[in-house]
Design a binder for this molecule. Structure first.
Ligand code: NAD
Length: 373
């Protein structure tokens, strides 16, 4: 398989974690005989320093010519005095907008080895493996009219969706659920909001094309409770923009560290893959950054932009293995000391990357020798 991947490492820990993710992708290419090429490009603070713009035209053009975009993180205190449209984060918003993805995918997984890292009890998080599918281009964040009228003391925003916008993101959720545990939980507020009634009716209609997938509807308020009570009950959770923003952050505590969370934005001109965390200036350059969120993001890239499911699953399994062996970057070592946990080894960003690489090589060796038998 041939794949051209634009690499936007960005600022702070962005280059540190992206480097480990790219190493893993190189390993997958080598083991599988794939032809992956990596195109390093400037975005964020590094782009401002080099060109004056947080998203140079050359970066945007090269991203649009790629098969996938892998982003690290942007943000640097030294640009805080600039106006919001000139800061590194403006480049991130611009690239997301230009690539045009409408479905944001965010997994929330309870790793048994990290069960003590979540503020939730291990018996609550056990078995949780949720994939959020959040609509990203519509709803309250983009609807008009919107205004803060300072003279009258009023402000308003508009939650607006078309049937077509709901149907296309619902299809993404059902397609993904049909390859997982075959359940979609659609979140709305249909007891109060007309836009949610359209949402519910449209999702119900789309569900008819997926008879093997179970659909349930949940009101957003009770969903916020159920997520923390019995997270293992959920498979794919489908939400509009605002509800998904809030619920996916809430569910991230199931995993226990921001450094572990990957994400993908699909459906646009080119799919965009980025860990959930920011540039973490407080730990940049110290070797403390957890690269697993970026490495799991690389797995999502293989799954959603190259259909390399087996390789994506192999990366995810390698991450589980290194965690089960007790390897921890500083963020996930904290507090994780239940009696039955394995001895912990505190490792740096690059050491963690190498451990995942080793575990991946071993599992691919085993896979290949099984094929040879
Ligand atoms: P942050 O995500 O950078 O950091 C929050 C906390 O989590 C920090 O204590 C940090 O050390 C820790 N952390 C984050 N990622 C980690 C990792 N991989 N391993 C270990 N610890 C990790 O959020 P922030 O501090 O609010 O923002 C810092 C900068 O990042 C700001 O400029 C902000 O605008 C930017 N930001 C960028 C993105 C993005 O690029 N997608 C997202 C959020 C924030």
């Amino acid at each position: 398989m041939k794949l051209k991947i634009a690499i936007l490492a960005g600022d702070g820990i962005g280059p540190e974690v992206t480097n480990e993710a790219v190493n893993i992708l190189r390993a997958v290419a080598e083991f599988g005989g794939h032809d992956f090429s990596f195109v390093p490009l400037l975005l964020g603070g590094v782009a401002i320093t080099a060109t004056g713009s947080p998203l140079p035209t050359a970066t945007l053009d090269a991203c649009l010519e790629s098969d996938a975009v892998l982003l690290g993180a942007v943000g640097d205190k030294k640009f805080d005095a600039l106006s919001p449209d000139k800061r590194p984060e403006a480049g991130l918003l611009q690239i997301r907008h230009a690539l045009g993805g409408f479905a944001n995918l965010r997994p929330s997984i309870a790793y048994p080895a990290l069960s003590a890292n979540s503020p939730l009890r291990p018996e609550v998080t056990e078995g949780a493996d949720i994939l959020f599918v959040r609509e990203l281009l519509g709803g309250l964040y983009f609807g008009s009219p919107r205004e803060w009228n300072k003279s009258t003391g009023e402000a308003w925003n508009t939650m607006r969706y078309t049937k077509a916008e709901v149907a296309r993101v619902a299809k993404v959720a059902f397609e993904l659920a049909s390859k997982r545990r075959k359940k979609v939980t659609s979140v709305d507020k249909a007891n109060v909001l007309e836009v949610s009634q359209l949402w519910r009716a449209t999702v119900t209609e789309v569900a008819k094309d997926y008879p093997d997938v179970t659909l349930e509807h949940q009101l957003v308020d009770s969903m916020a409770m159920h997520l923390m009570n019995i997270p293992r009950n959920f498979d794919v959770v489908l939400t509009e923009n605002l509800f998904g923003d809030i619920l996916s952050d809430e569910a991230s505590i199931i995993t226990g560290s921001l450094g572990m969370l990957p994400s993908a934005t699909i459906g646009g001109a080119v799919n965009l893959f980025e860990p959930v965390h920011g540039s973490a200036p407080d730990i940049a350059g110290t070797g403390k950054a957890n690269p697993l969120g970026a490495i799991l993001t690389a797995a999502m890239l293989l799954r959603h932009s190259a259909n390399l499911e087996q390789d994506a699953a192999a990366i995810e399994a390698a991450v589980r293995t290194v965690l089960a062996d007790g390897n921890r970057t500083a963020d996930i070592a904290r507090g994780n000391v239940p009696d039955k946990s394995p001895a912990q080894h505190l490792v740096s960003t690059t050491e963690m990357g190498k451990l995942v690489h080793q575990a991946l090589a071993q599992s691919i060796d085993q896979r290949q020798s099984m094929h040879a038998v």
